[in-house]
Design a binder for this molecule. Sequence first.
Ligand code: AMP
Length: 545
Amino acid sequence: MLSTMQDEQLSLATLLNYASTFQGDSTVSTWTGDGLRTLTYRELGAEAARLANALRGLGIGVGDRVGTFMWNNNEHMVAYVAVPAMGAVLHALNIRFFPEQLVYVANHAEDQVVIVDGTLLPLFAQYLPNLKTVRHVIVANGDAAALTAPAGVQVHSYTELLAAQPDSFDYPIIDERSAAGMCYTSGTTGDPKGVVYSHRSNWLHASQVCAPNGMGFSAADMVLAIVPLFHANAWGLPYAALMSGANILMPDRFLQPQPLLEMMAVVKPTFAAAVPTIWGGVLAGLQAAPQDISHLRTCLVGGSALPPAMMHVFEEKFGVKLLHAWGMTETSPLGSVAHAPAGVDGEEQWAYRYTQGRFPAGVRARLVDDAGNVVPNDGNSLGEVQVRGAWITGSYYSPDGAEIEPDKFDDGWLRTGDVGKISPNGFLTLVDRSKDVIKSGGEWISSVDLENAMIGHPAVAEAAVIGIPDPKWAERPLVAVVLAEGQKAEPEELREFLANKFAKWQLPEYWTFVTEVPKTSVGKYDKKRLRAQHADGELTVTELG
Ligand code: AMP
């Protein structure tokens, strides 16, 4: 028996239409360094229509890929919604990819047009001659004449191109399963892999982001989107903001702690989202020059493990709640969010809030051990986390249909590569990435647990732990420490600090002090590079007896 419900397609065009009319007074703003450029969602709707008309004029149709090479700003937000609404596919290029990765993904996705920020033109100009399918470049916030294009590529000014366009567009009705956007994984091994989101997956995901046990967006929010729009589908922020009428604040290229704190002082956002390394920098800025940030009701932190010590300082010293969440490019990315269960408060809440969070109804999860057996969600058994759901990818994008890394999927489940445990009430605790966990004498040491504990030491600004080869134990942990400004510490006292938190055999004997931990294109510790630095003898290592 079929339902009597209307067969309405979930589409980003419908979302755009909704936001630009019924939530038309809400805004997207971009920080300019000393002020704001603001569009209401009503104006955003008109500008999106102009962009859609312009792209159609350049020959872009349903299914064609439109790249962006941009900071988080108004124009990027316009592209984020105009491109899928017209049926084309948004491909936000990671501006921090290594040159060969950037060229690889733009060619692999077959981007036809790329919208580029003026300040990024010198960088983009280096890649352009190698981008095989790009026919048009649209320069936003800058001088189009500054770009010399190879033969066959036309360069346009965003402002001039859009000025000539009507501010309405007849958006096509397309199948909700059609491609809306794509993102490539930013992993440090192998070629980046493409994930293609659909209108339906983005819509359902945005509903979960807006839900109270997601990020709880409402039209009363001002959301500071620090996470780049090119990282993991922008964590769902743009579509969730349009859906809820939440206002969105874009930091553009001003991503250092100082300007972030300045824009916070002026705009007083209620919500912000970024990876832990950004919050570490903001915290150092706040410690040096305290400022009231209690306007932030919540800061979402994910992408890598959020150290409990950081949660405590933000909450106890600055009155701001850091909300821990887990996800991946492959999961749109919202996978789990660490709200304490109803009725649990005071000291008891922390045990839940330290975890990677509870799975929502839209994400099914299981644990699978090395032998391929599903292990129970009893809060103790460890396994690889596998997930499935309407906003979880079922494969990697392949232009020619050849399967890419099919071993990342297990009977319809996505293998996350994360090792952890799940409690009976659905809270995920990650132990490590399977490739980062340190295998010492047949036992496991969690690099994340060591890092989380180490960051609690007042002299430590950053700590990254890798396994290094050991003739007796196979691997042992090496801790790379960045000391906080003006602080001193010796390996002995740092190890002593860990002594009551870990078993004796887990305590690291290898230590190195570095000025900076290498980071990936999305701001996570780049352990592959750290391992290479160690292998190449670039690190001065102290061995404790
Ligand atoms: P990405 O696709 O760049 O977002 O990377 C996804 C990976 O980041 C996950 O598979 C995890 O290994 C890691 N990750 C994301 N969120 C967390 C978290 N809250 N705690 C620990 N690791 C995380």
